[in-house]
Design a protein around this ligand. Structure first.
Ligand code: GCW
Length: 686
């Protein structure tokens, strides 16, 4: 037997050469474990400054023995928590600015970028995560385990050492990318969150997050005065209701003096709201704004509204909110999803951006992949957000991008941006190692809405996959060529791939009902409101496919400024990526490629599948450059993604073929599923 030891030893040895140390992903992009010696000079002491100092000391990859000064001094070039970076100095107006400067400097060192004097100012004052976490620990549209904030048993409000550690890690990760606020409960809000016992727990959370500059906000249930306050009504114009909210605000601020304010989903998808009492969004929002105003709080009032009665869901948020422009109080900000419908893989921007001139709007993005393959599919969302932020609204002529309409460049306004978090108790936080890149990208874009996805992906890969975190080596040419480059190209292509295999050419909302994961273009049930069924959105028939939103249809195009209105409204000039969003297009319509619409659709679905198959090749090839655990986890997910992409293609092509009655071009791989089986599978799950 002892003879066996040698070969076993050899095997272990060869494996340790083959595989870099296993990693579980818990450290996110903060994996550095190497530091040179550095002297940090700072005149003041405070919790935030101590953290900045410690981060620099623990992670300094600059010259050994260097001196770095942290200077808190008013400088006109710096706005809010911005900073000026120099190789030997971080200058800021606020302590938080110093902390952000420290993280930026370290990021530059770790990604081996040059450090030259530069001013860094945040694009948005408020950069928030929205957690759709329920008080029973579940997470609506969460795919990474249970809530990090709430226990499974709703009555259990105890806080453990483990909770504190996790919240602190969470705060650090957020601060490292500039996020400065968080809404810790679901917008479908339980009124219980405002009860005294819950507030005690929230105070502890706020205390842990504060040193990292993260402000806590809450989602509220509009009917709270009646449900937990014992009042007869929650009518926003009723005096007792107004007083109840004032008292509640006072109570909250007494225990959490820097509390941020409320996020409100009201009169939307069955949630209570001012409409229940014949009142308007303005009545509701302004009443709440009055309650938090004395304490410096804000109200983020969501514009995610639609009703089954109207013709076109895409028009409704605009129709309901635009008439109120200028009527909201100063501390109200309207939170608008990027697209007019609902976080689809691709939507044109919501026409509310660029419409409201006297009301600040804040974009709401979805980091959690509700409609983009949950935590199974590798989809880097940065390119989608970049496309959205750079969309021209023409609000004040050419160049009035969504970014400029919301970040104060066009009108002086309070500025904010929110991302629906993809975070849970899974060891790697996000369920998929690459889903971390979406959390990262959201923070980076919220800080600087002009960053490119290429830049963000480059940074994230270097930080997350640097094979050498324990010593100071530079990225080798080999690593850059054979790991960084292919992985980056995979990330940058991944969203377009998902659009291709799920809903190309402007198709939207054809998911399986409820869980929004797989395809269900056929889905409708008698009695279900029509705007929750899928044929309502794709409108396929023997003539063609797509939703006519032009003058001959619902005329939703009229909500956009010229020249977009004409461009989107004309089949000839409408960008093909939105063609079925705005037009009902004949199956024989000639596309730019020269192919007819049906063939083009077939090729797009097929491209999507091939793209994912290619991602598998890329990932298998990078095997030598990544630790075994993360390699295998991603490899498995890519296999599932490839299977799913095939299901999407087969389901959509076979279903739409029942209308087009045309053959799938013969150079495309044939479907391998039957439509009946796919439909049955969907129904079983629904
Ligand atoms: O996309 C839909 C989701 C709901 C969500 C809603 C919203 C929180 O399916 O789960 O509810 O949007 O944004 O309010």
């Amino acid at each position: 037997m002892p003879k066996m030891k040698y070969p076993v030893f050899l095997i272990i040895l060869s494996f340790s050469f083959l595989y870099i140390n296993a990693e579980d992903g818990h450290k996110l992009w903060l994996r550095n474990e190497y530091s040179n010696q550095v002297n940090v000079v700072v005149k003041k002491e405070s919790e935030i400054l101590d953290i900045a100092k410690q981060e620099l000391k623990n992670n300094w990859r600059g010259e050994n023995g260097a001196v770095i000064k942290l200077v808190l001094k008013k400088d006109k070039r710096i706005q809010d928590d911005g900073f000026i970076l120099n190789p030997d100095e971080i200058r800021a107006n606020t302590e938080l600015g110093i902390l952000y400067g420290a993280f930026e400097l370290l990021r530059k060192q770790q990604t081996q970028q040059k450090i030259e004097e530069k001013v860094f100012n945040p694009s948005y004052q408020l950069r928030l995560l929205n957690h759709w976490d329920n008080l029973n620990g579940s997470v609506e549209r969460g795919y990474a385990g249970s809530s990090i904030f709430w226990n499974k048993d709703e009555d259990d409000l105890t806080v453990t050492e483990k909770d504190i550690k996790l919240w602190s890690e969470y705060a650090r990760a957020n601060a490292s990318i500039g996020i400065n606020g968080t809404v810790i409960n679901n917008v479908n809000a339980s009124p219980r969150v405002l009860k005294k016992e819950s507030l005690e727990r929230i105070k502890v959370i706020a205390d842990v997050l504060r040193p990292y500059g993260i402000q806590v906000f809450l989602s509220i249930n509009f009917a709270s005065p009646a449900i937990i306050g014992g009042l007869e009504t929650s009518d926003p114009l009723n005096k007792n209701v107004i007083d109840w909210w004032k008292e509640k605000a006072k109570e909250i601020y007494k225990i959490i003096p820097d509390f941020g304010g409320f996020l409100v989903k009201a009169s939307s998808e069955g949630q209570p709201g001012p409409h229940d009492f014949g009142r308007s969004h303005v009545d509701g929002a302004n009443m709440l704004a009055g309650a938090v105003e004395p304490f410096g709080g804000i109200i983020m009032w969501r514009a995610f509204v639609y009703s089954a009665k109207e013709d076109d869901r895409a028009e409704q948020a605009y129709a309901e909110f635009f008439p109120f422009d200028g009527q909201f109080r100063d501390n109200v900000i309207i939170q608008v999803k990027n697209g007019p419908i609902d976080f689809m893989p691709r939507e044109p921007f919501s026409p509310l951006f660029g419409a409201m001139k006297k009301t600040p709007l804040m974009p709401e993005l979805q980091i959690t992949q509700e409609y983009l393959g949950h935590s199974i599919h590798l989809v880097f969302l940065s390119t989608m957000w970049e496309e959205f932020l750079n969309s021209d609204t023409y609000q004040e002529g050419e160049g009035s991008t969504v970014a400029k309409c919301t970040d104060g460049s066009i009108f002086e306004q309070k500025t904010a941006i929110a991302g629906v978090a993809n975070i849970g108790k899974d060891i790697n936080w996000c369920g998929h190692h690459f889903a971390q890149s979406n959390w990262y990208a959201f923070g980076r874009l919220a800080w600087d809405n002009q960053l490119t996805s290429e830049q963000i992906a480059d940074e994230w890969i270097k930080l997350t996959f640097n094979p050498d975190v324990k010593s100071k080596t530079s990225f080798s040419k080999d690593w850059k060529e054979n790991f960084l480059k292919p992985v980056k190209s995979m990330m940058l292509e991944s969203r377009e791939a998902a659009v291709n295999y799920m809903m190309p050419l402007g198709l939207h909302h054809i998911f399986q009902a409820h869980h929004h994961y797989g395809p269900g273009p056929w889905w409708e049930l008698p009695g279900v409101r029509k705007d929750w069924t899928n044929p309502y959105y794709h409108r396929a028939d023997s003539m063609g496919v797509g939703f006519n939103r032009t003058v001959t249809g619902t005329n939703a195009v009229a909500q956009y400024h010229e020249p977009l209105r004409s461009q989107f409204g004309d089949l000839k000039s409408c960008p093909e990526k939105y063609i079925l969003w705005f037009h009902h297009v004949p199956w024989d319509h000639k596309m730019k490629s020269g192919k007819i619409l049906w063939d083009e659709m077939c090729y797009r679905y097929d491209d999507g599948v091939s793209q994912v198959r290619q991602f598998q090749v890329i990932w298998d090839k990078i095997h030598p450059y990544v630790d075994a655990d993360r390699f295998e986890a991603v490899q498995r997910k890519l296999r599932d993604q490839a299977k799913n992409a095939q299901v999407w293609k087969d389901a959509c092509l076979l279903y739409f073929q029942t209308f087009s009655k045309k053959v799938i071009p013969f150079d495309i791989e044939r479907p391998i599923h039957n439509l009946d089986d796919l439909k049955k599978d969907d129904m079983d799950k629904a």
